[in-house]
Design a binder for this molecule. Structure first.
Ligand code: ATP
Ligand code: MG
Length: 568
């Protein structure tokens, strides 16, 4: 490919809102152009990379036994009503309100409903199972804050696979195959990733893993042990139980006047006690009535863990009226002593000594509160977020890292088949719901995450598997016919050897061309100039290497071939 015949609008300008490196570099390197908030054009160079990623994913999905199909982006809203996900998706679901398609149309943020509808139409016997179907399709999500370039957009490409099974072992096997396929995809992309246990909602167990790339541009946190034996999304991370605090003598229960002093910070300042010596009492309303959660003052309650511990209930923060009813006090003075509703205590609360809590009496707190003596802890669970001082379940120190999710595998069970009555007849002829798994991977996000992982001050440093071209030839002295001819000949020779080559044949200064070459980040570079040509040689180097090697022109192909094979 000749640069002058291609379309690579590199630029020095960076839009003010481009704060993360991948966003800045993708715009400067002429890979993408923003059309609207969260919607991008993939310019030719960027599109080549996206297609590379797509190809790797398709090959690995096929190797893992996936069968490709293609579903529409437009869905009748009725399918989403069947599963109750119109409410669950909330504002994220994009609706075409003024274009009735039957009763209404939405643009698919994911395809569980459509695939389940397709499968229930054709699958009716265990003999047709298992089956794994996948597609590579555009998704639409009205993300509240589309940001960080193509890391989070309103329109993006996802590979989504769905597997259907007659029994749990068959799902487990497909899940494992997909998990391994994901590892291969990220390895082939050259992307450093961490597979972590993920929050899987009420389904629980080992039902979900996320594939994370560690980067400051991410919005998630992963928690892992230094030894690498434990890794989980912060939402999900569990920790070793805390030991009993100390052997201090149990103090007497005391009541102190704390007029208008409610928050952990205020009480901590007023009573000169540390937040870790206080109990936070959180009151929720659920479909089963009020629920109280207790966590240490310096810990944050994790509502996903709490909802699961409570048996999969819906949690809403209690209204002031409910708080009055439950505690007999105004908001801000709740505590565990004397409560007569369901209470779930975090494990860390059960080992506290002489704690400070609300007194269930307006303007009062209690001191010297001891679990077991002053209140029962009948229900104890892990209902909080891990913190840096915690240890892994096996007792190892923990590392917290900012990251972004690039892929997700999930054992769905019968959530969708139950809701949509997608059943099959088992060996005994009884109708049973299909058991399902789903597996998603974001193509655009892989591309941006790779740039986050691989760039320097001068530009992108593509791993060769994802690079838009493997080799860039820079022809200096563009007006010198011999140089132009040698560069063209080498270009043709490399191309007919099956290499993807970009020849910068622009009539521009060498410094300008080198800057652009660094910016677009093609992994291998060959420079042909008048001086080298006089010796019958070209200069070869990898992107990021300081010094080039002089290689006789007839040996350049062999040199490039061997460099293309070695890991950078
Ligand atoms: P996040 O928590 O980052 O919003 P998600 O959990 O909602 O992601 P999934 O529904 O699991 O995402 O989608 C599967 C994959 O699709 C993700 O792992 C990610 O790679 C990609 N993806 C999801 N949302 C976006 C988005 N707004 N822009 C680009 N890629 C996305
Ligand atoms: Mg996810």
């Amino acid at each position: 490919m000749l640069w002058t015949k291609f379309f690579i609008p590199t630029s020095k300008e960076v839009p003010a809102d481009a704060t993360v490196p991948s966003h800045q570099l993708m715009i400067r390197a002429g890979l993408i152009r923003q059309v609207a908030a969260g919607a991008y054009t993939y310019l030719p160079l960027g599109y080549r990379t996206l297609r590379k990623i797509e190809q790797i994913i398709r090959e690995e999905m096929n190797a893992a036994g996936g069968v490709e199909l293609h579903m529409p982006a437009m869905h009748p809203v009725e399918l989403w009503e069947e599963t109750g996900r119109v409410e669950a998706m909330g504002d994220t679901l994009v609706r075409l309100a003024d274009k009735p398609f039957r009763r209404g149309t939405v643009l698919g943020p994911t395809h569980e409903e459509v695939i389940t509808d397709t499968v229930r139409a054709y699958i009716n016997s265990y003999k047709q199972l298992p089956l794994t179907l996948y597609q590579i399709q555009t998704k639409f999500r009205d993300e509240a804050r589309p940001k960080s370039g193509v890391l989070r957009t309103r329109e993006f490409h996802m590979k989504d696979a769905y597997s259907f099974h007659a029994d749990k072992p068959s799902l487990d096997a497909a899940y494992e195959r997909m998990y391994q396929a994901y590892c291969r995809i990220f390895e082939r992309c050259g992307l450093p990733y961490v597979a972590v246990e993920a929050e899987s909602g009420p389904i629980g167990g080992d039902a979900s893993h996320e594939f994370m790339v560690v980067t400051d541009a991410g919005e998630d946190y992963l928690v892992r042990s230094a030894e690498g034996t434990y890794a989980a999304n912060l939402e999900r991370a569990t920790t070793a139980p805390l030991p009993t605090e100390d052997t201090a003598e149990l103090e007497e229960l005391g009541e102190v006047h704390t007029p208008g002093i409610c928050t952990i910070e205020e009480v901590s300042r007023f009573l000169k006690c540390k937040p870790e010596n206080m109990v936070k009492t959180l009151i929720y309303e659920t479909e089963d009535g009020p629920l109280v959660a207790l966590v240490r003052g310096d810990h944050e309650a994790n509502e996903m863990k709490l909802a699961r511990a409570a048996g999969g209930v819906q949690l809403n923060m209690a209204s002031p009226a409910t708080i009055q009813k439950v505690t007999g006090a105004d908001v801000g003075f709740a505590g565990p002593v004397g409560l007569e509703v369901r209470v779930i205590a975090d494990q860390a609360v059960t080992v506290m000594r002489n704690a400070v809590t609300g007194a269930n009496k307006t303007d009062y707190h209690l001191t010297g509160v001891n679990p077991g003596r002053d209140f029962e802890t009948t229900e104890v669970a892990d209902i909080r977020y891990a913190v840096e001082s915690d240890r892994s379940p096996a007792g190892e120190p923990l590392i917290f890292e900012k990251c972004i999710e690039v892929g997700h595998v999930f054992k769905l069970g019968t959530k969708y088949s139950d809701a949509m009555r997608a059943t099959f007849l088992d060996q005994n002829g009884s109708a049973r719901p299909l058991i399902m798994g789903c597996y998603g991977i974001g193509l655009n996000r892989i591309m941006a995450a790779a740039i986050e992982a691989f760039h320097d001050d001068d530009g992108i440093r593509w791993p060769i598997s994802m690079a838009p071209f493997a080799v860039e030839i820079v022809a200096l002295d563009a007006r010198d016919e011999a140089v132009q001819k040698a560069a063209r000949d080498l270009h043709d020779q490399l191309e007919s050897a099956g290499l993807e080559v970009l020849l910068d044949d622009r009539d521009a200064r060498p410094g300008f061309k080198f800057k652009d070459a660094d910016l677009i980040g093609i992994p291998l570079r060959v420079v042909i100039g008048k001086r080298g040509l006089a010796e019958g040689a070209a200069e070869v180097k990898r992107r990021g290497e300081k010094d080039a090697r002089k290689i006789p022109l007839p040996d350049v192909l062999a040199e490039i071939r061997s460099l293309a094979q070695e890991p950078a």
